[in-house]
Ligand binder design. Structure first.
Ligand code: AMP
Length: 124
């Protein structure tokens, strides 16, 4: 069965998309630790990052770099990354622009309008 992220990439489940190319897709995490918390996902569905082909692996990290720099430019905040992969068995990298309120693992409740505004601001 397709992962929830494959369904998002296929447009079967909605997402607050901020970036897409032929190998990767990026969208806002629905349980954000900071405003702008983004997930970068390879389009190919593998559970663990180290299962990716070299091509897909490098494409993922190239997108991580591009999107992180863009988020930093837009927000003026340092972007930190984490790779956890305990919940969704589809490889992904978390990007979070840090602000004063950030606490590791503590999530924010945002309205749909707030998500939309953030996604519009961060889209590239
Ligand atoms: P982990 O696998 O531990 O890296 O966590 C998976 C992340 O995916 C969590 O931060 C979830 O909030 C996020 N997530 C799960 N479903 C969705 C979804 N439909 N849209 C956006 N983010 C999601």
């Amino acid at each position: 069965m397709a992962s929830i992220f494959s369904k998002i990439i296929a447009g079967e489940i909605p997402s607050y998309k901020i970036y897409e190319d032929d190998k990767t897709y990026a969208f806002l995490d629905i349980n954000p630790e900071t405003k702008g918390h983004t997930l970068v996902v390879p389009k190919v569905e593998v559970d663990k990052i180290y299962e990716l082909s070299d091509d897909d692996y490098f494409a993922l990290w190239a997108s991580v770099k591009k999107i992180s720099r863009h988020i930093e430019d837009v927000t003026g905040r340092r972007v930190v990354m984490k790779v956890i992969g305990t919940d969704v068995p589809h490889a992904h990298v978390h990007l979070m622009p840090l602000d004063e309120s950030w606490e590791y693992g503590k999530t924010l409740s945002l309205t749909e309008d707030e998500f939309k505004t953030i996604a519009e601001k961060l889209a590239l």
